[in-house]
Design a protein around this ligand. Structure first.
Ligand code: NAD
Length: 498
C-alpha cells in the first residue's frame, strides 16, 4: 500500500506520524493509498521549517520572488494533465472538470505574478511643511491554509500563490481525502526555484487543524470547508490572536423568473446542480421558480438531467462522477428518502443508480425533488451531492426574502430577461456572489471570492486585492529630514499639520 507523506523543508518525510487514513478511488470504491495524519509534534516540525525559511524569503527582492512565481506558473501549466489525473483518481470528478479547476487555480498564480504592482504603497508629499508620509506592506510570517476535498488544486491555489508572493511562508493542510495533488504542487514549487521551507504540505485531520490554529508560530489561517468547522477554526484562531478567514458551506439558490428562456435556464440550472456531482460550494442546490411556469420548468429540467451520463471521472464519456465516500453516498440517499417521506415529490431519482463494472463505486444519480418547502430538512441543510430541490415563489421579492432567510449566503443566480428585476434582486439579496443568467458566478482571480452570513467567518474574502490585504500588514511612515542648520518648532500640544 502506498503511503502519502508530508512535504516539509523541501522533502517528503513521514515526520513522527503514526496514524493513517485511507485514500479511496471513489469510482471503484477501493482504497488506493494511505495518507499520514500529523500529530502535534509534526505541526511543530512544519512550523519550525516555515519559520526558518521566512527569515530569508521575506527579505528576498520583488524581482526574485516574481521570477519564481513566473517559473511556477509555467510548470503548473505544463502539468495541468498530471494534476487533473490525480484529481480524477482521488476525488472522482470528470477529467474536463478537473482541468477546469486547475485552470481557475492557474489564474490566481497569474494574478500573483503581478505582485510588484499589487504591493505598491502610497506616498504623500509635503503633508506638513517638510514632512512626507508613505506606506508599504510587509508579510505576516508563517501562514496556514486548510482546505476541503472538493477542489484539491484550485482552493489551495486561492491562497498560497498570493501568500508566498507577498513574502510569507506557507503550510498547506489539504483534505485527507485527496492529498496527492498537493505533493505534486510542492515538487513544482521546488523545481521553480522556491527555497526549501517556503511551501510545506502537512497531511492530517482534525488534530493537525486545531494545532495549527492554536500554534504560536502561525500568524494567520485561511480555511475553506464546511460551516461547522469554519466556525470552529475562526474561534480557535481568533482566540489565539491570529488573523483568520474561514469560508464555510453553502445553499445556493437559482431564481427562475417567468420571462427567462426555459431551455437556457433549464440547461444551466442542471449543469450547476449536477456538475461535479453537486460537490461544489457554488453548486445550485435549490431552484426557486417564480410565477406559474414551475411545472414546465421542472419538466424541461428533468428531461435534461435524466440524460446526464454518470460514470467514472477518467472515462471521457462521463458528464458526472461519483461522490467522495461511501459515507457521503449513504448520507445523500438518506436525505432524499426523508424528503420523500415528508412530502417532496421525487421528479428524478438517482438513489439506486448502479454503474456496470463499477458496482462498488460511490455513485448517486442526479436527483430532483419538487414541491420542497422551506421547513424541510433537505432544504435547510447543505447536502453536498447531486440533489436539487425545487421551491415556488409568487414574485422576485418573495424569492429574495426566501434566500435572505437562509443562513448561508455564498452564491446565487437569477435567470430573467428583465434588467429591472435582476437589479432589484442583486441589490436586495444578502449573498456574496451573484450571477445574472450565470449560474456559477465564481469571481475571477483579480476579484475576491467569499460569501456572506454563515458562508464566511472573518472580514476578508479570498484572493484578489483582499487576499493581498489578508497576507500583509501595512506600515505608514511619517518622515522629516530637517536641514542641518535649520531650527524646528517642537510644540507640546498634539502635532498638527503646518
Ligand atoms: P470539511 O469541513 O469536512 O473539511 C475541511 C477541512 O477541515 C479539511 O482539511 C479537514 O481535514 C478539516 N476538518 C474536518 N473535520 C475537522 C474537525 N472536526 N476539526 C478540524 N478540522 C477538521 O469540508 P469537506 O467535506 O472537505 O468539504 C466540503 C465543504 O466545504 C462543503 O461544506 C462546501 O460547501 C465547503 N466549501 C466551501 C467553499 C467556499 O469557498 N465557501 C469552497 C469549497 C468547499
Amino acid at each position: 500500500m502506498r503511503t502519502l507523506e508530508h512535504f516539509i523543508g523541501g522533502r517528503r518525510t513521514p515526520a513522527g506520524s503514526t496514524r493513517r487514513s485511507p485514500v479511496f478511488d471513489p469510482a471503484i470504491g477501493q482504497i488506493q493509498a494511505e495518507v499520514l495524519l500529523a500529530e502535534g509534534a509534526d505541526v511543530d516540525t512544519a512550523v519550525a521549517a516555515a519559520a526558518e525559511a521566512f527569515d530569508s524569503w521575506s527579505q528576498s527582492s520583488l524581482s526574485a520572488r516574481t521570477k519564481v512565481l513566473f517559473s511556477f506558473r509555467e510548470l503548473v501549466n505544463a502539468h495541468q494533465g498530471a494534476l487533473a489525473d490525480l484529481i480524477c483518481s482521488e476525488h472522482g470528478k470528470v477529467r474536463l472538470d478537473a482541468l477546469g479547476e486547475v485552470q481557475r487555480g492557474l489564474e490566481v498564480i497569474e494574478f500573483a505574478c503581478g505582485i510588484p504592482q499589487l504591493l505598491k504603497g502610497e506616498y504623500s508629499d509635503q503633508v506638513s511643511t517638510g514632512v512626507d508620509v508613505f506606506s508599504y506592506r510587509q508579510p505576516l510570517g508563517v501562514v496556514a491554509g486548510i482546505t476541503p476535498f472538493n477542489f484539491p488544486v484550485m482552493v489551495p491555489m486561492w491562497m498560497y500563490p498570493i501568500a508566498i508572493a507577498c513574502g510569507n511562508t506557507f503550510i498547506l493542510k489539504p483534505s485527507e481525502r485527496d492529498p496527492s495533488p498537493s505533493l505534486l504542487v510542492a515538487e513544482l514549487w521546488q523545481q521553480a526555484g522556491l527555497p526549501d521551507g517556503v511551501f510545506n504540505v502537512l497531511q492530517g485531520d482534525a488534530p493537525a487543524v486545531e494545532a495549527l490554529c492554536r500554534h504560536d508560530g502561525v500568524a494567520a489561517v485561511s480555511f475553506v470547508g464546511s460551516t461547522p468547522i469554519a466556525r470552529r477554526v475562526h474561534e480557535w484562531a481568533t482566540a489565539a490572536g491570529k488573523r483568520v478567514q474561514a469560508l464555510g458551506g453553502a445553499k445556493n439558490h437559482a431564481v427562475v423568473l417567468p420571462d427567462a428562456a426555459p431551455e437556457f435556464a433549464g440547461a444551466h440550472v442542471s449543469a450547476a446542480a449536477f456538475g461535479s456531482a453537486g460537490e461544489r460550494c457554488m453548486a445550485i442546490s435549490a431552484a426557486v421558480v417564480v410565477g406559474n411556469s414551475g411545472d414546465d420548468f421542472v419538466a424541461a429540467l428533468t428531461e435534461r438531467a435524466a440524460k446526464i451520463r454518470v460514470g467514472p471521472g477518467r472515462d471521457e464519456a462521463s458528464d458526472m462522477g461519483p461522490v467522495i465516500t461511501e459515507a457521503a453516498r449513504t448520507r445523500i440517499v438518506g436525505y432524499v428518502e426523508r424528503a420523500a417521506e415528508s412530502g417532496a415529490r421525487v421528479a428524478l431519482d438517482g438513489r439506486d443508480l448502479a454503474i456496470a463494472g463499477h458496482e462498488d463505486g460511490f455513485f448517486v444519480g442526479p436527483t430532483i425533488l419538487d414541491e420542497v418547502t422551506p421547513d424541510m430538512e433537505v432544504y435547510r441543510d447543505e447536502i453536498f451531492g447531486p440533489v436539487l430541490s425545487v421551491l415556488r415563489a409568487a414574485d422576485v421579492d418573495e424569492a429574495t426574502a426566501l434566500i435572505n432567510a437562509n443562513p448561508y449566503g455564498n452564491g446565487t443566480a437569477i435567470f430573467t430577461g428583465s434588467g429591472e428585476a435582476a437589479r432589484r434582486f442583486h441589490r436586495g439579496v444578502k449573498v456574496g456572489m451573484i450571477g445574472v443568467n450565470v449560474p456559477i458566478p465564481v469571481p475571477m482571480a483579480y476579484y475576491s471570492f467569499g460569501g456572506w452570513k454563515d458562508s464566511l467567518f472573518g472580514e476578508r474574502r479570498i484572493h484578489g486585492s483582499e487576499g493581498v490585504g489578508f497576507y500583509t500588514r501595512q506600515k505608514v511612515i511619517t518622515e522629516r529630514w530637517p536641514r542641518p542648520a535649520g531650527t524646528s518648532h517642537a510644540p507640546y500640544h498634539f502635532p498638527t499639520a503646518e
